[in-house]
Design a protein around this ligand. Structure first.
Ligand SMILES: C[S@@+](CC[C@H](N)C(=O)[O-])C[C@H]1O[C@@H](n2cnc3c(N)ncnc32)[C@H](O)[C@@H]1O
Length: 244
């Protein structure tokens, strides 16, 4: 059963506060909280709301709903404690996929922090074995489920697409060759924990893993891993692969 908005709000705030206070001290956490809440208020003006519809071309073309413009205020407020929803821009996504020197049909694509699922739809244009989206906010996960049902494309190459509503910190990585897609879902400490879990998973079950890190703000969390090596980068994304 999914929890109510007040429950999600307080547990999101509690976890966020704990992580930020550990990382930045109480004053740092308080000032970041004030900044995030101010960002939420500023983004609630009609003008800002209109500007969020600027990401709608994809939706017009594919008759889906992945825009950040229609995200309700509750999910946007919760985004202050996770990371705000913003869909990946299609041209950039295809550039990132084109930079992967892999046989797609041997890999599972996983978007950790998949929002309304746009990347899942775009990834389905490649012959991945399977596609999985992991999203913490129920409102966004519901939209992703609907989008997966609604998406019709004559060029779609993968129809095994799944969206799950769970914290990426708790998601168990499958024992399969993986392309992990990250568009800044996690703050630094949980991102480091995720990489540690990936290292354990690789030690237990060696396999090829690629990480596509879009807008790599916390790249040092990946760069320090002895299990990973950098395989490419542009100002917009970095690629990592495991050192086999
Ligand atoms: C910048 S958006 C990216 C959305 C999507 N990956 C895309 O590229 O179109 C980040 C997403 O991560 C989600 N998120 C934040 N923290 C998360 C967590 N701990 N577990 C799962 N999802 C999370 C947010 O709700 C948001 O939808």
């Amino acid at each position: 059963m999914s929890s109510s908005f007040p429950q999600q709000f307080w547990s999101g705030l509690r976890n966020w506060w704990r992580e930020q206070a550990d990382a930045n001290g109480l004053t740092g956490a308080a000032s970041l909280l004030a900044r995030n809440l101010w960002g939420f208020v500023r983004d609630s003006t009609p003008e800002r709301r209109r500007s969020r519809y600027g990401d709608m071309d994809y939706d017009w073309e594919h008759r889906v709903n992945t825009t950040s413009g229609t995200v309700g205020w509750q999910a946007r407020l919760l985004g202050c404690f996770h990371s705000p929803y913003q869909p990946t821009e299609p041209a950039l996504f295809h550039e990132m996929m084109a930079s992967l020197p892999i046989a797609f049909d041997t890999f599972t694509f996983i978007d950790l922090g998949s929002g309304k699922g746009r990347t899942l739809l775009m990834a389905s244009e490649y012959p991945f074995r399977k596609i999985v989206g992991v999203e913490i906010l129920p409102e966004l996960d519901r939209a992703a489920q609907e989008n997966i049902q609604a998406y019709k494309s004559p060029t779609q190459q993968c129809s095994e697409i799944q969206a799950v509503c769970v914290d990426a910190r708790d998601f168990e990585l499958p024992d399969e060759p993986l392309v992990l897609y990250l568009f800044n879902p996690l703050p630094e400490a949980p991102l480091r924990q995720l990489i540690e879990r990936l290292e354990k998973s690789l030690a237990h079950s060696p396999r090829a893993v690629w990480i596509v890190y879009h807008n790599p703000l916390l790249e040092p969390a990946l760069a320090v891993s002895p299990f990973l090596e950098k395989a490419g980068s542009t100002p917009y994304y970095s690629l990592y692969r495991n050192s086999l």
